[in-house]
Design a protein around this ligand. Structure first.
Ligand SMILES: Cc1cc2nc3c(=O)[nH]c(=O)nc-3n(C[C@H](O)[C@H](O)[C@H](O)COP(=O)(O)O)c2cc1C
Length: 203
C-alpha cells in the first residue's frame, strides 16, 4: 500500500476565523486519507496590541496548545496549506515571519516540488482576499512549489466565487465560518491531497 500524503496546515489567526477554517481543512484532509499536522505561527504582536481586542486575547489563550510551526513541519510535508487573515490586502506579518525564516531550507531545495495552497479571511467582501492569496503565492513560486488552487473545479466554486483558495468574510466578527466556507475547505483539501499523492507517486 502507498504511503499516505503528509500534509501540514500552517496558519496565523488573531480572532479565530482562520483557525476555524484550518480545523475544517484538517478534518477534510484526514478524511481524504492524509496524515495531517496542524501548526500555528507564533504571535508576535505586543501584549498591548493583543489586549486592545478581547477576542484576540481570548483566541490566543485558547490556542496555546496548538504546536507552534517549525521549518521541519514544512520539510516533512508533501503538501502545505497556509492560512492568514487579510492584513491590508496582504498576509499577516506573523505568517510572513515564519515564511521568511525558511531561507536555509529554501537554499537546500527542501521547499520545492510540494503541493501548496492558501486560505484567508477578511472583514469585507472586496477587502483583499484575492490579493492576500496572490501575495502568499509569490513566495511559493520562489520555493519552487506547485500551487494547487481550487479554481472552478467544483460546482460550489461558482457559488463561493474564490478560485484562489478558501475564504471567509467575517463582517467585523459578525459572521462565523459557515457552510459555504466549509464546502470550499472540503474541495480544497481533497484537491490538494489528490494532487500531492500524484506528485508523490511521480517522484
Ligand atoms: C491590521 C488589520 C488589517 C486588516 N486589513 C483588512 C483589509 O484590508 N480588508 C478586510 O476586509 N479586512 C481586514 N482586516 C480584518 C481581518 O482580515 C478579518 O477580520 C479576518 O477575518 C480576521 O481573521 P482571524 O479571525 O482569523 O484573525 C484587518 C484586520 C487587522 C487587525
Amino acid at each position: 500500500m502507498s504511503e499516505p500524503v503528509k500534509l501540514s496546515v500552517v496558519y496565523y489567526s488573531s480572532t479565530g476565523n482562520i483557525a476555524e477554517i484550518a480545523n475544517a481543512l484538517v478534518a477534510e484532509a484526514e478524511a481524504a486519507g492524509a496524515e495531517v499536522r496542524l501548526r500555528r505561527a507564533p504571535e508576535l504582536a505586543p501584549d498591548a496590541a493583543v489586549d486592545s481586542n478581547p477576542a484576540w486575547r481570548a483566541h490566543l489563550e485558547a490556542t496555546r496548545s496548538v504546536p507552534e510551526v517549525t521549518a521541519e513541519d514544512v520539510v516533512w510535508a508533501d503538501a502545505v496549506l497556509f492560512g492568514s487573515p487579510t492584513r491590508y490586502g496582504n498576509i499577516a506579518a506573523q505568517l510572513k515571519q515564519f515564511i521568511d525564516s525558511l531561507g536555509g531550507e529554501w537554499q537546500q531545495g527542501l521547499l520545492a516540488d510540494k503541493a501548496y495552497s492558501g486560505f484567508t479571511s477578511s472583514a469585507t467582501q472586496h477587502g483583499g482576499q484575492e490579493s492576500t492569496l496572490l501575495a502568499l503565492y509569490n513566495s511559493i513560486h520562489h520555493f519552487g512549489g506547485i500551487i494547487v488552487s481550487p479554481g472552478y473545479t467544483d460546482g460550489s466554486k461558482f457559488v463561493d466565487g474564490n478560485p484562489y483558495g478558501t475564504s471567509h468574510v467575517d463582517a467585523q466578527g459578525e459572521i462565523k465560518v459557515g457552510e459555504q466556507t466549509r464546502t470550499a475547505a472540503a474541495v480544497q483539501a481533497k484537491r490538494v491531497v489528490r494532487v500531492a499523492a500524484a506528485l508523490k507517486g511521480a517522484a
